[in-house]
Write a protein that binds this ligand. Structure first.
Ligand code: GRG
Length: 313
């Protein structure tokens, strides 16, 4: 299955990249400098994990990769916008992303902000134009809720607030820990900041496959994929935190060893490396169990979840 998965991922990444190229090129009237900044970040070597989740969820729910492509591209554009904005001096202030200088380092802050804005808005245009009205509307709602104020943006706000509070008050962590709430705070922030978009990926996969059925998508399939997405997202975040502690910047394509310096709330910082790894393994098992109702159709999703335990970038 491991070789099969690698081959599958390579082929689907190529499909997604090809469609993304078409989508970005089609922006008639778009200033060339803006296209350049958008493309610079979008086509830097990312793992394309989120679009692949959309495609896999669509295939597991009776759809095809072709059907999933508009939603897959939309979510990658939203993800890339979030990385561009996250790297800005006002947020994480990073110089390196996807193995190259961050968008604002290359093009300046104003153009980087606008490239992120343009990717975010283009994502919803691609959904609206890529599907019949019922499916397009359902996907727009799903992506907006995963990426918006109650999802990724809200999680980012809480993460930044926590970090700033930490820097101002070194005792804050201890006070909360004494109340036994720290793990809950950590999980809540990441469930929104990283997890909500992963959940939207798999839910959109079901919606594109089943959205036009009379009565809409099957609630049992949606629930199974939603639980998978939640566990996958949490396991992914833990492995991301572990990479920051144990990883290598050249391989990861971004700065490492930065979370602790900034007072960031991380799984290894709170649970230790061994317990964090154990927790990630448990979540990957739970992600697989959630897909039991899908039978063999969920096999590739299970293999993808297992593969994040071995990630080095
Ligand atoms: C700015 C609204 C806004 C939100 C930012 C996603 C995010 C929220 C911040 C990114 C910071 C970060 C490192 C979060 C941890 C998890 C994460 C999203 C890692 C990057 O995703 P990968 O590893 O990246 O899938 P690639 O480059 O492979 O696509």
């Amino acid at each position: 299955m491991a070789d099969d998965l690698q081959e599958y991922l390579r082929a689907r990444r190529a499909l997604v990249d090809q469609r993304l190229q078409e989508v970005v090129r089609a922006g008639e009237g778009c200033p060339p400098a803006l296209i350049e900044a958008m493309s610079y970040s979008l086509f830097a070597p990312g793992k394309r994990l989120r679009p692949i989740l959309v495609i896999l969820a669509a295939e597991a729910s009776g759809g095809s990769d072709e059907l999933a492509l508009p939603a897959a591209c939309a979510v990658e554009m939203v993800h890339t916008y979030s990385l561009i904005h996250d790297d800005l001096p006002a947020m994480d202030d990073d110089d390196l992303r996807r193995g190259q200088p961050t968008c604002h380092k290359k093009f300046g802050e104003a153009l980087a902000i606008l490239a992120g804005d343009a990717l975010l808005t283009l994502a919803f245009q691609v959904l609206a134009e890529g599907y019949p009205p019922a499916t397009g509307t359902a996907c727009c709602r799903e992506l907006a809720s995963g990426a918006g104020a109650a999802g990724m943006v809200g999680g980012q706000v809480e993460d930044l607030a926590w970090e700033r509070e930490q820097l101002q008050n070194a005792n804050c962590k201890m006070q909360i820990a004494n109340c036994g709430q720290l793990l809950g705070v950590l999980e809540n922030i990441h469930a929104r900041k990283t997890g909500a978009l992963f959940r939207s990926c798999v839910r959109m996969g079901v919606l594109v496959a089943q959205g036009e059925r009379p009565g809409g998508a099957d609630p049992r399939t949606l629930k199974a994929l939603d639980t998978y997405g939640r566990c996958f997202g949490q396991a992914f975040q833990i492995t991301d935190d572990l990479l920051d502690v144990e990883g290598d910047a050249a391989q990861a394509g971004k700065r490492v060893q930065k979370d602790a310096d900034r007072g960031k709330l991380t799984y290894p910082g709170f649970l230790g490396v061994a317990e964090s790894r154990r927790r990630a393994e448990q979540l990957v098992r739970q992600a697989g169990e959630a897909l039991a109702p899908l039978g063999r159709a969920g096999d590739r999703l299970v293999a993808l979840a297992q593969s994040i335990l071995q990630r080095n970038h």
